[in-house]
Structures are given as structure tokens and as C-alpha cells.
Design a protein around this ligand. Structure first.
Ligand SMILES: CCCCCCCCC/C=C/C(=O)SCCNC(=O)CCNC(=O)[C@H](O)C(C)(C)COP(=O)(O)OP(=O)(O)OC[C@H]1O[C@@H](n2cnc3c(N)ncnc32)[C@H](O)[C@@H]1OP(=O)(O)O
Ligand SMILES: NC(=O)C1=CN([C@@H]2O[C@H](COP(=O)(O)OP(=O)(O)OC[C@H]3O[C@@H](n4cnc5c(N)ncnc54)[C@H](OP(=O)(O)O)[C@@H]3O)[C@@H](O)[C@H]2O)C=CC1
Length: 291
């Protein structure tokens, strides 16, 4: 954990910060003093994120200390540049200039490449890749206009970007694009005082995932134990651990670190055995089965 107060006076904007891993990151930034803007499509998700942040901050605050405004939600579909700009406006008017952006919003569903419609491809690539670009561009534009520094952008990626992702060609391709964007913007924007890094969660199950992804895990009644056995570390990730990594990467303690993507997966993406398990075609893996 970073020292208390590491983010005092800092406004952090997290896309998709109302659910799952985005919410866990929002909580860890706020615990360290940040004000947090949660940007996504669904106001019910914002409410969940704001409540989680406020609870965490209240628990950490000394008794009797007055409550401070720490989190707000703003509606935007990250695929739309005008909605992105309006959400930045809303967050900044409530919480002050944004200097840290976490591009966490994502879309994904399991599908065979041969069966993926052009609309399904576009939905995922536009949310993950185009959305991350549009939000990054908005932060950069504002940051440079005000002559502010330092700034930090964190792009949440996935190990599929390195290996490919059978059954998720849209997500794997988009995340690989995000990784290339991380490296490109790190160099272009270093002179502007903006660092750009990536963070890859390994297996982090949680209840906010869409049904199509949860279904991949819920076929096995002993899924939690099975998931743990499949990880070199012997366990899956805990969402707050992603928050610890995110708060480090965007902090002054990582002030000389840019263009790097950190993998937080208990070693899973490196796993190769001399003898690999028999191949099960992806079409068979995705076929609905009854237990
Ligand atoms: C930890 C454990 C596991 C972990 C598993 C390991 C994960 C690895 C890494 C990645 C993890 C994540 O990203 S996890 C994050 C996942 N979270 C989310 O996806 C939340 C947000 N998702 C969504 O809102 C929706 O799922 C999504 C469809 C993508 C949103 O798109 P839109 O708003 O544009 O909605 P729609 O108009 O309904 O759909 C657009 C097109 O997509 C098609 N489409 C939608 N769902 C479809 C589906 N299931 N199969 C085929 N096609 C589908 C539609 O038919 C449309 O195509 P046309 O009719 O042809 O136009
Ligand atoms: N959980 C895991 O094991 C893994 C997760 N990841 C990555 O971690 C990140 C967080 O995922 P996770 O928390 O698990 O998943 P969630 O489904 O909980 O979060 C996705 C978030 O993205 C938001 N979102 C989706 N589409 C849009 C859009 N068009 N515009 C704005 N916001 C949008 C959603 O909010 P709303 O519906 O309100 O718009 C939601 O809050 C993602 O980048 C994901 O790819 C990577 C590898 C593994």
C-alpha cells in the first residue's frame, strides 16, 4: 500500500468504475485521498461505485471528521467522443481537473470467430480500443491546454493480447491494440508530462461480469477450487489487489515508469508445461452443456 494521502488533491476518472474491477480500483484510489469520477452508461452502476467509495472513505476517516465529496458518476458511452467530453466536463466541474485516467471500461462475450457478426466485432473493438483512445485524447487535450503536469493514464488490458484469445477474437484483438496504444502514447506524451502504462488482470472472478462470461465458469459446481488449482499461484486474484497495482502505477512512486504493461496474474500467462493437456476445440468448449 502507498502512504496515506498519496492522492490527496488528485481527481481520478475511471471508465466502468461502478462495477467489478473498476469499482475496486476506485475504492483504492479514494482510500489514498483521490476524488473519483466514475464514467459509464448506466447510472445504477455509478450509484454502486459512489456508495462503495464513500463507505471505504468513511471507514478510513478519523471519527468526527466531516464528510467530503469524493466520488461522482457521469453518463457516457466511451464510443462517442462528444459524450466523453461531456463526462469529463461533469466530473471536472464537481471534483476539479482530472489528472489520472483509468481506461477500464470493456465489452466482451464468448463467440466463435466464424459466428461473430460485424456488429458484434465493432461493439467490442469500439468500446475497448476506440473508447480507450477517445478518453486518452480527451485527458491529453485538457492537460496540455491547462499546462498541467504530471498526468497518468492506465489502460486495463488482458493476457489475450499476448497470446490471442480463442473464443474471444474481438476482445483479444482490441486489447492487443490497446497495448500498442500504451507504448505509442507513452512516447508521444512523455514530453507533456503524461505517463501511459498498462495493467493486465489475470483471473479475477466477480458477480458483476455479464452472464455470458459467468456462464463459462459456472459449469463446474466446484469452480472456485478448480480456478485456483489452474493458477500457478494456487489462487485467483482479489479485486483490491488490482487497485493496489493501479494506484502504484499512476502515483509519483512510478514517476519514471511509462510504456510498461504490468501483468498481475499469479504467473498464469507464463504457464507452459512439457506436456500440455489434450486440445479441446473452442467450438466444443463453448457448446452449451448440461451438468
Ligand atoms: C472471470 C471469469 C471469466 C473471465 C474470462 C476472461 C476474460 C478475458 C479478458 C476480458 C474480460 C472482459 O472484458 S470482462 C468485461 C465484460 N463486460 C462487459 O462486456 C460489459 C459490457 N457488455 C455489454 O454491454 C454487451 O455485452 C455488449 C454487447 C458488448 C455491448 O454492446 P452494445 O451496447 O453495442 O449492445 P448490442 O447492440 O446489444 O450488441 C452489439 C452487437 O453485439 C452482438 N452480441 C451481443 N452479445 C452477443 C453474444 N453474447 N454473442 C454474440 N453476439 C453478441 C449483438 O448481436 C450485436 O450485433 P449485431 O446485431 O450484428 O449488430
Ligand atoms: N474480470 C477479469 O477476470 C478480467 C477483466 N479484465 C479487464 O478488466 C476490466 C474490468 O472488467 P470487469 O470489472 O471484470 O468487468 P465488468 O463487466 O464488471 O466491467 C465493465 C465496465 O465497462 C463499462 N462499459 C461497458 N461498455 C461501456 C461503454 N460503451 N461505455 C462506457 N462504459 C462501458 C460497464 O459499465 P456500464 O454498463 O455502466 O456502461 C462496466 O462498468 C476490463 O477492461 C476487462 O477487460 C481483463 C482480464 C480478466
Amino acid at each position: 500500500m502507498l502512504p496515506a494521502g498519496s492522492y490527496d488533491g488528485t481527481t481520478v476518472l475511471i471508465t466502468g468504475g461502478g462495477t467489478g474491477l473498476g469499482r475496486a480500483m476506485a475504492v483504492e484510489f479514494a482510500r489514498l485521498g483521490a476524488r473519483v469520477g466514475i464514467v459509464s452508461r448506466d447510472p445504477a452502476h455509478h450509484a454502486a461505485g459512489v456508495t462503495a467509495v464513500e463507505q471505504a472513505v468513511d471507514e478510513a476517516a478519523p471519527a468526527g471528521r466531516p464528510k467530503r465529496a469524493v466520488a461522482v458518476g457521469a453518463v457516457a458511452d466511451v464510443r462517442d467522443p462528444e459524450q466523453v467530453a461531456a463526462a469529463f466536463d461533469a466530473v471536472e466541474s464537481a471534483l476539479g481537473p482530472v489528472s489520472v485516467l483509468v481506461n477500464n471500461a470493456a465489452a466482451n462475450f464468448p463467440v466463435l470467430a466464424a459466428e461473430l457478426s460485424p456488429g458484434g466485432w465493432r461493439a467490442v473493438v469500439d468500446v475497448v480500443l476506440t473508447g480507450s483512445f477517445l478518453c486518452s485524447r480527451e485527458l491529453h487535450r485538457r492537460h496540455v491546454a491547462r499546462g498541467a503536469r504530471p498526468g497518468a493514464i492506465l489502460n486495463i488490458s488482458a493476457a489475450q493480447a499476448f497470446t490471442g484469445g480463442p473464443g474471444m477474437v474481438h476482445s483479444a484483438s482490441a486489447k492487443a491494440g490497446v497495448d500498442a496504444m500504451t507504448k505509442t502514447l507513452a512516447v508521444e506524451w512523455a514530453p507533456d508530462g503524461i505517463r501511459v502504462n498498462g495493467l493486465v488482470p489475470g483471473l479475477f472472478p466477480h458477480q458483476d461480469l455479464p452472464a455470458s462470461l459467468r456462464a463459462l465458469r459456472e459449469r463446474d459446481p466446484d469452480q472456485d477450487a478448480t480456478d485456483a488449482r489452474r493458477q500457478p499461484a494456487g489462487r485467483v486474484g482479489q479485486p483490491h489487489e488490482l487497485g493496489w497495482a493501479a494506484t502504484y502505477l499512476c502515483s509519483p512512486f512510478a514517476g519514471f515508469l511509462t510504456g510498461h504493461t504490468l501483468v498481475l496474474d499469479g504467473g498464469n500467462h507464463l504457464r507452459r508445461d512439457f506436456v500440455m493437456p489434450p486440445v479441446v476445440p473452442v467450438a466444443e468448449q463453448l457448446r452449451p452443456r448440461s451438468l
